[in-house]
Design a protein around this ligand. Structure first.
Ligand SMILES: *[C@@H]1O[C@H](CO)[C@@H](O)[C@H](O)[C@H]1NC(C)=O
Ligand SMILES: *[C@@H]1O[C@H](CO)[C@@H](O)[C@H](O)[C@H]1NC(C)=O
Ligand SMILES: *[C@@H]1O[C@H](CO)[C@@H](O)[C@H](O)[C@H]1NC(C)=O
Ligand SMILES: *[C@@H]1O[C@H](CO)[C@@H](O)[C@H](O)[C@H]1NC(C)=O
Ligand SMILES: *[C@@H]1O[C@H](CO)[C@@H](O)[C@H](O)[C@H]1NC(C)=O
Ligand SMILES: *[C@@H]1O[C@H](CO)[C@@H](O)[C@H](O)[C@H]1NC(C)=O
Ligand SMILES: *[C@@H]1O[C@H](CO)[C@@H](O)[C@H](O)[C@H]1NC(C)=O
Ligand SMILES: *[C@@H]1O[C@H](CO)[C@@H](O)[C@H](O)[C@H]1NC(C)=O
Ligand SMILES: *[C@@H]1O[C@H](CO)[C@@H](O)[C@H](O)[C@H]1NC(C)=O
Length: 439
């Protein structure tokens, strides 16, 4: 299974995808400018510019840091750490939770928990809608569209307040947060977080609807653009982290548009949202059939200094009614021919390449390209590491993590992920061969 990891070194932050099974110590897993990512004692360290900088760091650049973006993986790691906490507290009940802060109300606000008689806050690290559901339940509120908020959206807790908890790891159906994290609530508070990251929740009874979504940005139109979502009267963008065709389908549906060939875009393909705009949503975990993104799980993102997203990663969608056809694919590059070459795709009038990160571009993906090109699919094969040369630097990388079944008529029918330029470059351009009589 592929997971994605954001690594921060002194001078660089990269997102990489990698097989979690590759955890043999000392094995370099990937490289990007200035950073090499190396397995180390069951975790990973980022080696910057030839110097090992250790496992923990922050964006200040004092050392290295890493956040596993895939939430489950991330929480798996965190849980192990919390399990080692020695001291616990009494189980928390309804009277130990309250909502506070600016703009808060009966059903939304900054979460405060009372431990050992002292009210404190929760760090938004790992905080997501599953944790929010449990907190809404504790408060006797509706859990259906519980949403998690990060980055002290409802204001920062009083600075004399402790930050009691971090890295909550709830499934969503627990009756108390004391049932999460193996029932262990550390009693000593959290020292590596800040009130600027206080977690909040809203326990809504209504899902976000058509009027809460709009498409904007350069090159946008009625059916495509940067996605902006209105929450509590404020328009925000979506981080492309974990953004793929499934989220795009739900958003197209919300907009009343055709979902059949919904396409997901990352890296602010339609321009960056206004810098004063918050980035509300990240790691949406939709199945694709939901009628609102309120039904999808979601991370409490904190953007900015200690967050992991910014507007250069604003997500966009297009809600097409036509699949890409023969005219939208071609083979190019050195040594290319009628039947083999670097795969190029034309989207919105611009040619780009396909990312083959970690050999995740497979034969079934190649088969669909061969079919689109009107070539024989039986002997479709894949060429990695830009075998046919790299697309030139002005060329976009349009598609990442393709997952075709092999029988599709167009790549528009295949699942794909929003491509992050940060983990892909033209040295990973995918190539194919559709030659007959070849294995
Ligand atoms: C390492 O740092 C030096 C000095 O800052 C820089 O010139 C060099 O390009 C860096 N190397 C890599 C691989 O980033
Ligand atoms: C980041 O730098 C600021 C200013 O130097 C400092 O106050 C803060 O504690 C640092 N953050 C971390 C996580 O070390
Ligand atoms: C656990 O917490 C209690 C109450 O705060 C304290 O008296 C005790 O010393 C703590 N034990 C450890 C091992 O930290
Ligand atoms: C913070 O909380 C303490 C203790 O409840 C209180 O005395 C103080 O006035 C509060 N400060 C602010 C700025 O609200
Ligand atoms: C929560 O809200 C949903 C949607 O409005 C509603 O169907 C459900 O009955 C509510 N649940 C409770 C326990 O009130
Ligand atoms: C950004 O949004 C704010 C608030 O809506 C607005 O006042 C400002 O003009 C916008 N800035 C740009 C560059 O669009
Ligand atoms: C969406 O587009 C597809 C393909 O053009 C078409 O078959 C389908 O009927 C459309 N669905 C809706 C709801 O318009
Ligand atoms: C890069 O590729 C594009 C598309 O094929 C082409 O229009 C452009 O001239 C190329 N630029 C260079 C520098 O080769
Ligand atoms: C494709 O190639 C295979 C193997 O050479 C051959 O058996 C098959 O007939 C070809 N199919 C078509 C449609 O040309």
């Amino acid at each position: 299974m592929l997971t994605f990891v954001l690594i921060c070194c002194i001078s660089c932050c990269v997102v990489v995808g990698q097989q979690l099974s590759d955890t043999t110590d000392g094995i370099p897993l990937t490289r990007s400018t200035g950073c090499v990512f190396v397995a180390h004692q069951g975790g990973y360290v980022c080696v910057c510019n030839g110097t090992v900088k250790g496992e923990n760091c922050d964006r200040n650049g004092s050392a290295n840091s890493q956040w596993l973006i895939n939430t489950n993986q991330r929480k798996e790691r965190r849980r192990k750490r919390i399990r080692r906490e020695k001291n616990g507290t009494e189980p928390l009940g309804k009277d130990n939770v309250r909502l506070a802060g600016t703009g808060s109300g009966r059903t939304q606000g900054r979460v405060e928990v009372q431990i050992q008689g002292v009210w404190g806050t929760i760090c938004d690290d790992d905080f997501d809608s599953r944790d929010a559901r449990v907190l809404c339940r504790m408060l006797g509120l509706n859990t259906t569209y519980a949403r998690a908020h990060g980055g002290a959206w409802f204001g920062e807790g009083n600075e004399t307040m402790p930050i009691w908890l971090s890295n909550l790891w709830c499934e969503g159906d627990e009756s108390s947060i004391s049932d999460c994290n193996n029932g262990i609530i550390p009693a000593n508070g959290i020292t590596n977080c800040y009130h600027s990251r206080d977690a909040g929740i809203s326990c809504e009874t209504e899902p976000l609807g058509k009027d809460d979504v709009r498409l904007t940005g350069t090159g946008s139109g009625r059916t495509q653009g940067r996605v902006e979502v209105q929450i509590q009267g404020v328009w925000s963008t979506i981080c492309d982290d974990g953004f793929d065709t499934r989220e795009a389908r739900v958003l197209c549906r919300m907009l009343g548009l055709n979902t059949t060939y919904a396409w997901a875009y990352g890296d602010a393909r339609f321009g960056e949202g206004n810098s004063t705009m918050p980035i509300w949503l990240a790691n949406l975990r939709c199945e694709g059939g939901e009628s609102s993104i309120s039904e999808c799980d979601q991370d409490a993102i904190s953007a900015g200094d200690f967050g992991y997203c910014d507007h250069s990663r604003d997500a966009g969608i297009s809600c097409e009614t036509e699949p890409l056809g023969k005219a939208h694919v071609r083979l190019a590059g050195t040594g290319s021919s009628h039947t083999q070459g670097r795969v190029e795709v034309q989207i919105m009038g611009t040619w780009g390449t396909v990312c083959d990160y970690n050999n995740n571009f497979g034969i079934s993906d190649a088969m669909v390209f061969c079919r689109m090109l009107g070539l024989n699919t039986t002997s479709a094969s894949v060429y990695t590491v830009a075998r046919f040369g790299q697309g030139n630097s002005t060329m976009l990388i349009w598609i990442g993590n393709m997952q075709c079944e092999g029988s599709e008529f167009s790549i528009s029918d295949c699942y794909h992920e929003t491509i992050l330029a940060t983990y892909c470059d033209h040295s990973m351009d995918a190539g194919i061969s559709c030659e007959t009589g070849k294995n």
